[in-house]
Design a protein around this ligand. Structure first.
Ligand SMILES: Nc1ncnc2c1ncn2[C@@H]1O[C@H](COP(=O)(O)OP(=O)(O)OP(=O)(O)O)[C@@H](O)[C@H]1O
Ligand SMILES: [Mg+2]
Length: 379
């Protein structure tokens, strides 16, 4: 658990962090994001006592860190610094083994650990173990920086833009690695990035910083769906939600105030409702007054309500299609799109767990919503 309480940091009278409050649970993956100069690195450095707050308290575990020995605190916290910061006169192996060596690990244990970590970050130990930092590319050095931060298996890891110099594929691989590492070994990770897509992908919670203040601290889902103000909205980007369709669920896209007809209503009423709303079909519901709920029981299509059918005494119940598709309110948009596409559906019904009707998603509505966000003039 990391607790930051009313922390401010001034540099030469310059307020770089202003009254920061932040709580990070054990095993949580928290991402700090914000413009250059907003105070992200400063916040990380405060957590492992590389700098001291001007005011406020910081707890790592139970203890307030000003009371702790800096060196021993830092050994418990892995730190990937923004510029990978390898020792130029030490080879890669020695760089990774810096802390294990201070902890007096046996040479064989250190060596097998650093080789394991080199493999983890995608660098062949045979090739890289004995090289020097100057013989590596920026992205490779960054990966060594990550390996070094993991060397003695700390519970808490601070990572300052660890993937900034990596190509998208390596970056994606390492995101996955870090995520599964964190989930399996329950690491607490504070991770700085400029990349909102990266933040959304890996974070349990995102803290958005602006001019030394935390503007919103929330789950990726809430940041996307309920940005607290215009700054966050602009920072996230208007169409970002749609670029992360896995975050969108049925309840976010369904129509709630849609016309419907009761199963024991009259056919002519169904036709009138369709005409008035310019629709080709309607959801048919059964009302349960005792439980105050409506349950979808079918869909009736305009083209089935013929004069002949009416003359033959057809009812809504006899004409409606009962084999409609329904989903729970938390079904993912991607699954719904697939369902609609695979079965060429006109409409999907959205229910709660008790089969109470909550809304509908029509294929038309999906297309209109998607069309709105696809940039014009491009395909
Ligand atoms: N040692 C220092 N002395 C004086 N000012 C500093 C010091 N360290 C940081 N600052 C200032 O504090 C502010 C926040 O810096 P910080 O490095 O925390 O930003 P950041 O959010 O990490 O930015 P970036 O995304 O560019 O890495 C900046 O305006 C910076 O110039
Ligand atoms: Mg920084």
């Amino acid at each position: 658990m990391i607790k930051i309480r009313n922390v401010s940091k001034f540099f030469n009278g310059n307020k770089v962090l202003k009254n920061i409050n932040l709580e990070i649970e054990n095993g949580e993956f928290v991402v700090l994001i914000g413009q250059s100069g907003s105070g992200k690195t400063t916040l990380l450095k405060l957590i492992n006592k590389l700098i001291k707050p001007t005011s406020g308290e910081i707890f790592v575990g139970e203890e307030e860190i000003s009371k702790r020995n800096s060196i021993s605190l830092r050994r418990e916290i892995g730190y990937v610094i923004q510029k990978e910061g390898l020792m130029p006169h030490m080879n890669i192996g020695e760089n990774i083994e810096l802390i294990p060596k201070l902890l007096k690990w046996k040479k064989t244990k250190m060596e097998s650990r650093s080789k394991e970590l080199l493999n983890l970050v995608g660098l062949d130990p045979m090739d890289y173990y004995e090289r020097y930092p100057s013989e590596l590319s920026g992205g490779q050095r960054q990966r060594v920086g990550i390996a070094r931060a993991l060397a003695n298996n700390p519970d808490t890891i601070l990572m300052d833009e660890p993937f900034s110099a990596l190509d998208p594929i390596t970056r994606e691989n390492l995101q996955q690695e870090i995520l599964s590492l964190q989930k399996e070994l329950k690491k607490t990770i504070v991770f700085v990035t400029h990349d909102m897509d990266e933040a959304l992908k890996i974070a349990d919670k995102i803290a958005i910083l602006k001019d030394g203040e935390i503007i919103q601290y929330d789950s990726p889902e809430n940041i996307l769906k309920n940005p607290i103000n215009e700054f966050v909205e602009n920072f996230v980007g208007k169409n970002r939600l749609w670029k992360n369709p896995d975050i969108l669920q049925a309840k976010d896209i369904m129509r709630k105030d849609f016309p419907m007809v009761t199963v024991n209503g009259r056919l002519i009423t169904a036709l009138e409702i369709m005409d008035k709303n310019d629709m080709q079909f309607l959801v048919v519901v059964e009302k349960n007054r005792a439980e105050n709920k409506e349950k979808a029981v079918g869909i009736i299509f305009k083209w089935d309500i013929t004069l002949q059918a009416m003359e033959n005494g057809a009812t809504i119940e006899s004409l409606m299609k009962k084999d409609f598709q329904s989903v729970f309110f938390d079904e993912k948009l991607t699954t719904i799109i697939k369902l609609i596409e695979d079965q060429t559906l006109k409409l999907v019904v959205v229910n709660d767990r008790n089969k109470k009707l909550l809304g509908v998603i029509s294929a038309n509505r999906l297309i209109t919503m998607l069309a709105r966000i696809v940039p014009h003039g491009r395909d």
